[in-house]
Design a protein around this ligand. Structure first.
Ligand code: PMP
Length: 393
């Protein structure tokens, strides 16, 4: 199924770039760009900070965007915290476990994680003496869940796992993993950075306590994202400052009760405007349509790649990511050649070094598709990939 949306993206429509790095950051559709433009042209204000129209308009957008996010992932507005993105969301949760765990506890992550869902837990374990357990990744790019129950039973305080791996593209069985974790009363965090724009996300159905994601991976701007939190009342803010208090005296402060207490400082209202528009944009398509479109592109690429040069290391059913290695060539060299042909891909360790190590690698090449990619993009990329041998030899 070809969705034919490329013309909606000015950066792609007006140039000949073949953009295959959406897993890193997406291009923005005209409606998102225009929403920011319109917002700024009609008067910018600081939400909650003024009685005048510009500020009230900003405040309405701020509340409205929170509602749109809640609707998008099936939760209540009171469970959504605006953050800078997935990284900040996860750090906010890790900060809250600092006083909840001791050396008697363990934290469970997986070998598939992006560093954003690993380093905060490594530091927490360093600070508290808790054990960091890792669910292993096998050479089929799947988590070895046979160890899951045993590790959850290790006085585990929290399980943090990617919904979809950023190197392997594997869609993890998060609902089943969370259901098991709940049996052991283990809190659960899902890193949704790579899933939010590609798979229907229903936090009620998943049953997790936390779900983190970023706006720039769902056709919105960078620097804005959110954290879903089942019980926000149990959390304390990572940052303190303006806009989050009922009353402050010389020596004490009293925070407001709602989720705005996690959002100290002036809001990233430009990001929020864009994220709201990106949610409207995404809502135009059925998630099954998006999935089928991206899946068809990935299988097209899988079938066109010369298997004498490349080995596919991503999961066979990955729907938006394909990762490759090539014995003779470094991924940076291949990415440089592709860049000369105006094909944008990502090379290196993808901020997931333990994942690469588990796969027996140090680096790889990743191509990732989005709503705007076409079969022609894939043909151009495959042709350039397959000609690398001739150019580099
Ligand atoms: N988790 C995963 C799985 C990711 O792919 C990324 C971004 N590459 C992140 C977390 C971090 O996202 P951000 O940089 O938007 O905070």
């Amino acid at each position: 199924m070809d969705l034919q949306t490329r013309h909606l993206f000015p950066a792609l429509n007006n140039q000949s770039t073949v953009y295959l790095d959406s897993a890193s950051s997406c291009q923005l559709p005209a409606c998102v760009i225009e929403s920011i433009n319109d917002y700024l042209r009609t008067g910018h204000g600081n939400p909650h900070r003024g009685m005048y129209a510009f500020s009230e308009k900003a405040e309405a957008i701020y509340h409205n965007c929170r509602s749109k996010i809640a609707q998008f992932i099936n939760c209540d507005d009171t469970q959504i915290i605006f953050t800078q993105g997935t990284t900040e969301s996860i750090n906010l949760v890790a900060h809250n476990f600092r006083d909840k765990i001791t050396a008697a506890h363990s934290i469970l992550v997986t070998q598939m994680e992006h560093h954003a869902n690993l380093l905060p837990w490594q530091r927490l374990c360093e600070q508290t003496g808790a054990r960091l357990n890792l669910l292993r990744l096998n050479r089929n790019a799947e988590l070895d869940t046979s160890e899951l129950e045993h590790l959850l039973n290790d006085n585990c305080a929290l399980m943090a796992v990617a919904h979809c791996g950023n190197v392997t593209g594997t869609v993890n069985p998060v609902s089943q993993m969370v259901a098991l974790a709940r049996q052991y009363k283990v809190a659960t965090l899902i890193d949704g950075a790579q899933a939010i724009a590609h798979h229907g996300v229903d936090v009620e159905a998943i049953g997790c306590d936390f779900y983190a994601f970023s706006g720039h991976k769902m056709y919105g701007p960078s620097g804005i994202g959110a954290l879903y939190c089942r019980y926000p009342g149990n959390l304390s803010p990572l940052k303190l400052g303006g806009g989050i208090v009922n009353r402050v005296t010389d020596h004490q402060y009293h925070l407001v009760d709602d989720v705005t207490r996690f959002e100290a400082g002036s809001a990233n209202i430009i990001g929020i405007v864009g994220l709201g528009a990106a949610l409207d944009f995404l809502a135009q398509w059925q998630i099954d349509e998006l999935h089928a479109h991206e899946m068809a592109l990935v299988s097209q690429l899988q079938s066109l790649i010369d298997s004498d040069i490349y080995q596919i290391i991503s999961h066979r059913d990955a729907s938006s990511i394909i990762s490759l290695t090539s014995k003779p060539f470094h991924s940076h060299d291949i990415a440089t050649i592709l860049a000369e042909a105006q094909i944008a891909v990502r090379a290196g360790h993808h901020c997931a070094q333990p994942c690469l190590t588990a796969l027996g690698l140090k680096q790889c090449l990743r191509l990732s598709v989005g709503i705007y990619n076409t079969p022609d993009d894939i043909e151009q990329a495959a042709c350039a990939l397959n000609s690398v041998f001739r150019i580099l030899s």
